[in-house]
Ligand binder design. Structure first.
Ligand SMILES: C[S@@+](CC[C@H](N)C(=O)[O-])C[C@H]1O[C@@H](n2cnc3c(N)ncnc32)[C@H](O)[C@@H]1O
Length: 276
């Protein structure tokens, strides 16, 4: 395997609206637990503020929202890209004023939330989108907002789902979030026992989190060189490039002028960086 390809994690099928809608139409929903995931249920049981503003992205049949409603939470938004699924859950929760159901792309969504619940959404996205996920989550959270839920602590032979591990998630989320908790969940459903991390991350409000398009890198070595150059800047706390080298997430204590980033990579004329 040559160095140019070994770390390019990609997926041969576009995981877009048509893909997900087809899964729901074919009732090919192996991820659906048919119940609120026990670690998330236990977490919800610790929450006192029933009026807090909650988002569940890539919600699917959203047993989490059903449980939140049952427990008296009054400000829940769920979003999913698959129209067939969204029609179903609109009927399921018809006329309930405490839940807002949106059909659309999470990455286009605007709002501010106190809590965002992660349940098999991250793992459904192509790994190339992980930096964008961190950027978007940071953007959607209110001050002191929390991102919490489950992430897989294993790999998969067939994807989606796309797996990962604790070290990778720490590298990805560091500086943009303060880690309150990330441990193997003791109460997963049996088929997922010991393979899920329950996490709770608080938004770091003291940093600027920006996503940039990058052009010109084709190998991990060059990615590491460029990331290290960004991280060497005084105000930069984390620079993380995605697995097809097309996006870079930069977390810094202040806004870094684009020209400064462009100057840093100007030693190679192929390299282009622009804000998304
Ligand atoms: C693996 S399923 C998980 C569903 C649900 N969270 C569960 O655990 O049952 C992933 C879900 O994310 C949705 N999805 C994928 N990409 C999305 C996007 N960009 N915006 C919103 N929803 C998306 C899919 O339609 C699907 O319902």
């Amino acid at each position: 395997m040559n160095n140019e390809q070994c770390c390019v994690v990609s997926c041969d099928k576009p995981l877009d609206q048509d893909y997900w809608d087809a899964q729901y139409k074919a009732k090919s929903t192996g991820w659906d637990l048919g119940q609120v995931s026990p670690p998330i249920k236990a977490y919800i049981d610790t929450l006192n503020n029933k009026g807090c503003c909650i988002l569940i992205p890539g919600c699917g049949n959203t047993y989490e929202a059903e449980y939140l409603l049952q427990e008296g939470f009054t400000n829940i938004t769920v979003i999913d890209i698959a129209p067939t699924l969204v029609e179903d859950i609109k009927q399921k929760f018809a006329a309930n004023p405490n839940i807002k159901i949106i059909q659309g792309d999470f990455f286009e969504h605007q709002g501010k939330y106190d809590l965002i619940i992660e349940q098999t959404f991250f793992c459904a996205l192509p790994p190339t989108m992980r930096q964008k996920y961190v950027w978007k989550m940071h953007q959607l959270l209110a001050e002191e907002g929390v991102l919490s839920g489950l992430l897989f602590n294993r790999t998969f032979e067939v994807s989606p789902p796309f797996g990962g591990n604790k070290e990778e998630y720490e590298t990805l989320f560091k500086a943009a979030f303060n880690f309150l908790k990330m441990d193997v969940a003791p109460n997963s459903i049996a088929p997922r026992a010991n393979s899920e991390l329950f996490f709770e991350f608080r938004k770091n409000c003291n940093v600027k989190v920006n996503l940039y398009q990058f052009e010109g890198i084709t190998c991990t070595g060059c990615m590491n060189t460029v990331s290290a150059k960004f991280e060497a800047l005084n105000d930069v706390l984390n620079a993380s490039m995605n697995t097809n080298f097309a996006e870079v997430l930069i977390v810094a204590t202040k806004e870094i002028p684009l020209e400064e980033l462009q100057t840093i990579v100007s030693y190679d004329e192929k390299y282009k960086i622009n804000k998304i």
